[in-house]
Design a protein around this ligand. Structure first.
Ligand code: ATP
Ligand code: MG
Length: 474
């Protein structure tokens, strides 16, 4: 049950803060036009020349103020989407719930949003779920309305093209100077409206090196279970931002610190608590640091490898439990992989094109210790990712040094590396454990009812190595 009446609570939370409104003139801030995308400037100028208000807004203003380089530039205006469209030939309108204009310049898209209000104007266009969650918000408003419906004060700053000033309606300018993420309005109400804001608090604090304001941090552990109400597809997208933007390790620590890990990755959180030595946690953190290093070096990172890291503790725990019940090792591995995936899907919609290679990375780990059918394993489309994963496990605990050395040498041994998947060991007979584990198309659904159908030959997907591959993570 909500602790307060959501309509009233939202109303209170969204009151503007007129006393905090201020304009920071050009010489009072560090934002320079040379750091703004030329296409964004083009959009701003054209809107202004047509007589509309035009501002750069949101993450771009925040990032520019802390000296970062924004990954996208959003514009806010008092022009309606239709008016925006009439100004730009390269513009398309998107969104049903709230119409937005996209002005398209090749690969760069400048998103132009009309000021919108969240407050209930009696038109019925604003609807709140009984738990206080925001369902629709379809009302245009003033710039002040637009500011207070945003999530954090640092995200509610507007750079005005007319005089190059920064407009601040919620105290965000000072909060950015003090490097603090602070929710606008009553934190509990704002988290109930949209629980994903809890993850955004952690992610943006990690990315920017900000702290989360005490009042905004306090409700997090208690409200964390609300994340289960968020759409799993949205949580998947948010996870990619949390963990594939170069601040994965910091984000993970933030999730732990604020009690959000249990809600987002419940089985991993439980496994980490049960693992007294801390080896699994070290392994996860090591993996996330490796991912951050790859992002920093502009190398590709894969969601399959990422989730293989994040859910490895859960997989290990499930595997141990099944083996304790006397399940045959190969069967236990398959079932553990399946179980962990199915349970995690209740929270995060991990697409199959990532969950399958993730499972393969896990299942191939057992093959490394066997050191059999070397050529076949080397030719497996997921070998490289699985080997990188082995290296990662070794970095967190020295047990696997022998295996790493063996498989590293094997890759350099041309007589083995070229052997391919037709059975280097030449015995021709299918190894019931090995073939199942190596099956590139192992189907978790099939595994639920027992063994997946066996194939004599593995089918290689075109470019199949890329989904799982994180080559070079070693
Ligand atoms: P990033 O650096 O990850 O892009 P961002 O703050 O720009 O961070 P976006 O998702 O691009 O994040 O959102 C743009 C802006 O829209 C935010 O700065 C914020 O003002 C507003 N916003 C985004 N998500 C929410 C939300 N869940 N609730 C309220 N306002 C939001
Ligand atoms: Mg953004």
């Amino acid at each position: 049950m909500p602790s307060q009446d959501p309509e009233n609570a939202a109303g209170n939370a969204l009151q503007p803060h007129p006393l905090q409104s201020r304009t920071i003139p050009r010489d009072g801030h560090t934002i320079s036009r040379k750091d703004i995308s030329p296409n964004a400037l083009r959009v701003l100028y054209r809107l202004r020349d047509a007589g509309f208000a035009a501002y750069l807004v949101g993450g771009a203003v925040r990032d520019l103020l802390v000296g970062g380089s924004p990954k996208d530039f959003d514009v806010a205006t008092d022009a309606t989407p239709e008016q925006v469209k009439s100004l730009f030939r390269n513009c398309r309108l998107i969104g049903r719930r709230f119409r937005l204009a996209h002005v398209v310049y090749g690969r760069e898209i400048i998103e132009v949003a009309t000021f919108r209000a969240n407050s209930d104007d009696g038109s019925g266009d604003r609807q709140l779920h009984e738990g206080g969650r925001l369902l629709r918000d379809n009302v245009y408003g003033t710039i002040e309305d637009d500011a207070v419906r945003r999530d954090f004060t640092a995200n509610a700053l507007y750079y005005a093209i007319e005089d190059f000033s920064v407009r601040d309606y919620c105290g965000g300018f000072e909060d950015v100077q003090n490097r603090v993420m602070k929710l606008i309005g009553d934190p509990e109400t704002r988290y109930r409206e949209d629980p994903v804001r809890m993850l955004r608090a952690v992610r943006l604090a990690a990315k920017l090196g900000f702290r989360i304001d005490d009042a905004s941090a306090a409700p997090l552990p208690a409200l964390a279970p609300l994340l289960r109400e968020a759409a799993p597809a949205r949580l998947f997208e948010e996870c990619l931002k949390l963990f594939l933007s170069g601040h994965a390790a910091e984000s993970f620590l933030g999730l732990e610190r604020h009690g959000l890990l249990d809600a987002l990755l419940p089985e991993t959180a439980a496994a980490l608590k049960a693992n007294r030595s801390g080896a699994l946690r070290n392994m996860v953190l090591e993996g996330l640091r490796g991912t951050d290093a790859r992002v920093a070096a502009d190398e590709p990172v894969s969601p399959a490898f990422l989730f293989a890291v994040l859910l490895w503790p859960a997989y290990c725990r499930a595997l141990i439990a099944l083996q304790a019940q006397g399940v045959h090792p190969a069967e236990a591995q398959r079932r553990a992989a399946d179980r962990v995936t199915v349970h995690q899907l209740e929270v995060i919609a991990l697409p199959r094109r990532f969950s399958l290679p993730m499972q393969e990375i896990w299942l191939l780990q057992a093959r490394f210790s066997q050191r059999k059918r070397v050529g076949r394993l080397l030719a497996h489309p997921r070998f490289r990712a699985a080997f990188d994963f082995l290296v990662l496990r070794q970095a967190a605990s020295p047990d696997h040094a022998g295996e790493v050395a063996f498989w590293r040498d094997a890759q350099h041994d041309t007589s083995l590396a070229g052997a391919g998947g037709t059975g280097f060991d030449g015995d021709g007979d299918a190894d019931p454990e090995g073939d199942d584990l190596l099956d590139g198309d192992a189907d978790p659904d099939a595994a639920k009812g027992g063994r997946a159908p066996r194939r004599r030959r593995r089918r290689r997907r075109p470019g199949g190595g890329n989904d799982g591959g994180q080559s070079g993570a070693a």
